[in-house]
Design a protein around this ligand. Structure first.
Ligand code: DLZ
Length: 166
């Protein structure tokens, strides 16, 4: 193969997300980058006709808090039922082992929340080796790509498929 397109191919179906209710939980750590990712996710969700009023956003301090927050909100009777959740955070490797411990705990935690609640949880946590990598993946600067767009698309697909498969 001479070349290939890196990344996710667009879904083959035309999804109408107008009935979907989406929970986004984002971190305040690395907030400038996180907010750009959230904006990318919202733009993508609304391009699939998800109503802005059906996108509920909460925030937590750091990525480590994401699994607990999402599980608690999804299981809370006060909140209306969500079809899908997106966890958005940015981990940037530093000089200590924090990055490794948090990245592993969060990825396992989010997977467990999705399986335990039968609600798809989109893994919108960047695990970057540098700030430059994080900026490039959040659509900030030249030759960048906002991964939030992909997460919004993934959320619509999984929310719709969950309904179909249940
Ligand atoms: C402590 C910490 C560190 C060092 N780095 C990050 C990071 O790059 N991104 C992030 O989202 N959170 C970080 N945190 C905070 C932890 O996720 C968590 O909020 C605290 O350890 C409190 O539980």
């Amino acid at each position: 193969m001479e070349s290939f397109t890196k990344g996710v191919k667009a879904p083959t179906e035309q999804y109408d997300g107008s009935k979907l209710r989406v929970l986004i939980v984002k971190t305040r750590w690395n907030s400038e980058i996180v907010d750009s990712l959230v904006e990318g996710a919202i733009n993508s969700l609304t391009s699939y006709k998800v109503e802005r009023s059906n996108i509920h956003i909460e925030d937590v301090a750091g990525s480590y808090e994401l699994p607990f927050a999402i599980q608690t909100i999804l299981c809370n009777r006060v909140y209306n039922k969500f079809d899908v959740a997106i966890a958005i955070g940015v981990l940037i490797k530093g000089d200590t082992m924090h990055f490794e411990y948090i990245a592993e705990a969060v990825s396992h935690g989010l997977m467990r929340v999705g399986l335990d609640t039968s609600t798809p949880v989109v893994f919108g946590v960047l695990t970057c080796l540098s700030e430059t990598q994080a900026l490039q993946r959040a659509g900030i600067g030249e030759n960048s790509h906002n991964h939030g767009n992909d997460w919004g698309q993934c959320a619509v697909e999984m929310g719709m498929k969950r309904e179909r498969w249940s």
